[in-house]
Design a protein around this ligand. Sequence first.
Ligand code: URA
Length: 276
Amino acid sequence: MLQEMGVAVWWPAADAVPIANQQLPAPQEAPSSQPPEAIASRAQTAISAAPLIGALPSDERHGRIARMHWPDLQQAVHQCQDCGLCAQRKNTVFGTGPTSVAGSTGAPTPVDWLVVGEAPGEQEDLRGIPFVGPAGQLLDNMLKAVRLRGAGEPALGRQQGIYITNVIKCRPPGNRNPQAAEIAQCLPYLARQISLLQPRLILALGRFAADALLMGSQPGVSQMPLGKLRGQVYAYQGIPVVVSYHPAYLLRNPPDKAKAWADLCLAVQVYQEKTG
Ligand code: URA
């Protein structure tokens, strides 16, 4: 699989990278075997009594989102009209991953990794599922090549402990870059997803994910080239963050797939050091 991707394979030395954070989240449960379509459909239809928050002052809106449980958060995103992107979207794209639910918050568990991309593209907008177009196929292939717990273990994937979402939950028209105001409105949703999922590791794919996750802890992050940000371990609210290239960039720049594979190896190493 890696050869097909054009990736030269090596494995990093066990002692190569320090872990940014030592906090351990909850133990994991068995993953679900439901297909991504079923999960997205659940996400789109999991309607509960989430309050309308668009009319609230910004601080109050953020506070309300920060206290939402998973079903209300899904609904809040599903019906969000708090920036101009709602006008042209066909679907909101909340995220996809394991469907077994834990505790009173209703959040899926277990989540070994959270993968954060930029924003839905055309295919994602049509289907309501993140990373289902060409960039998503590359991402899936790379994740399938990862074995978190040793050679005999199942590959990673959307149903195997990985939750996939984006900084922005609606498609920017023509796949343009998200604007600052759109990001500001959407970030509280991502922040709440992270606090409910409590992933053991976050993989930030591309400029917008890196900025969104690191701006609180890395001054000047948005001025740093992505090539300089990758290769290190950061932390978001105590959760290790590894930055890598966006798969759409890798499709345009295949030689950098090797660096992206090294980033995945780093992520595996950090995860394994953290979980023992
Ligand atoms: N690119 C992204 O960043 N996210 C998607 O869901 C699809 C393409």
